[in-house]
Design a protein around this ligand. Structure first.
Ligand code: SAM
Length: 373
């Protein structure tokens, strides 16, 4: 791969090009990096590359001419011209993988206030390394080049980067080295077991757990890819061991099956996550109905028993709990109208129980007054 970097500050790259993995990749001729000072493409005697902005305002703006001329000179048929800009597409590992397949990259590093807008007409892509503003495009060009070069064949061992965070949309698993125990913190036993299958399984699970904890957005973003549908069930695919991994998707409905489901191609399932909306609705209704059946039985007993005041209070609190559960947990699956119908029914029962109390106390009052006459 060839990388041409258009910059006004080539000295900034001294350390980057002369150390570690990047130096080795250059020495081994896997990558060829050229620093091109686009000031060399100016034609006036002051080598002017920038000027004040039209319309006024502070700072200097990089002019079209030196950059257009530099790109005209070095661009080939298979070149990809990248403008580094905080306004560009946010850089990530997927883009690194894609760019690592290119033959020739040309990075244009801005400085000062930025570029004359017309420069964007000669670029193939605008890339930002994050939502913050740096003084120049030099650091971003190093960041992007580094992330691409380590993916080129022969630079590092493939296993090193396929295990890295983001390679398969998950964060890397936890790593440990010697000693086995440090300040009371022990290396997990499984890593010392020598059982590679077990270690692989543990690492996969930990990687998913970590992603869920630290970057739930990655799970959410890639759920189509990470989640496999088995009939109406969704499982997170784990190549080493087909098993259900409990992740909380925003719109999913989790429930515990009555008996662990056993399937030949799956390990036993103790928790199921549904993402199909109509199925969620059916399940949520069935679950609410089951809870209501129990509650209605209790209400019936309470209404028919004139003597059990404590039982009445208990049933009234169960009705309140049921309403809370419906409003907190089920409204998102069943909708407000459905919940309101149940609420009306439960309120009617509450009134009936309360009315029973009032009548009872009036009767007691009446009887005691009658007796005292
Ligand atoms: C001070 S910045 C100019 C920022 C510009 N005025 C704006 O707000 O979009 C100077 C140069 O640094 C580079 N740069 C700054 N932040 C960057 C980022 N997050 N990603 C990529 N390049 C960046 C760009 O090449 C930019 O032209």
């Amino acid at each position: 791969m060839k990388i041409d970097i258009l910059t006004l500050f080539p000295n900034m790259y001294d350390g980057f090009l002369s150390e570690s993995i990047i130096k080795r990749a250059i020495d081994n001729k896997i990558v060829d990096i050229n620093l091109i000072n686009f000031r060399d493409y100016t034609e006036d005697k002051h080598n002017k590359v920038d000027d004040t902005p039209y319309g006024g305002g502070k700072g200097m703006v990089l002019m079209c001419d030196p950059i257009f001329k530099a790109v005209d000179k070095i661009r080939k048929k298979n070149s990809k011209v990248i403008l580094l800009s905080p306004q560009g597409k946010k850089y990530d590992q997927k883009m690194a993988k894609k760019l690592s397949n290119e033959k020739h990259l040309i990075f244009i590093c801005g400085h000062y206030e930025g570029f004359d807008e017309r420069i964007s007409s000669i670029v193939d892509e605008e890339i930002s390394i994050g939502d913050y503003v740096l003084t120049g495009g030099e650091l971003p060009s190093m960041v992007i080049s580094d992330s691409i070069i380590r993916l080129l064949p022969g630079v590092i061992e493939e296993e090193s980067y396929t295990n890295d965070s983001f390679y398969d949309d998950l964060l890397d698993y936890p790593n440990y080295t010697k000693p086995r125990e440090y300040r009371g913190m022990k290396v997990p036993d499984v890593l010392l077991s020598g059982d590679h299958k077990k270690i692989d399984d543990w690492r996969k699970e930990e990687s998913i757990k970590k992603t869920k904890e630290k970057r739930p957005d990655l799970i959410e973003k890639n759920k189509e890819k990470l989640i496999k549908k088995v009939g109406n069930y969704s499982i997170m695919e784990d190549n080493s061991k087909k098993k259900l991994i409990n992740i909380n998707l925003k719109d999913s409905y989790n429930f515990l099956p009555k008996e662990n489901i056993k399937k030949s191609d799956l390990s036993s399932i103790s928790r199921v996550m549904i993402i199909e909306p109509t199925f969620i609705n059916k399940l949520a209704k069935a679950s609410v109905q089951k809870k209501l059946d129990v509650l209605f039985k209790q209400i019936k007993i309470a209404l028919n028993d004139e003597t059990d005041d404590e039982g009445d209070l208990y049933v009234l609190s169960e009705i309140d709990k049921m309403m809370e559960l419906l409003l907190n947990n089920y409204i998102k699956y069943l909708g407000i109208d459905y919940i309101r119908v149940i609420e009306a029914k439960l309120n009617a029962f509450k009134n009936e129980i309360n009315m029973k109390h009032i009548l009872k106390s009036q009767l007691v009052d009446f009887n005691s007054k009658g007796r005292s006459k």
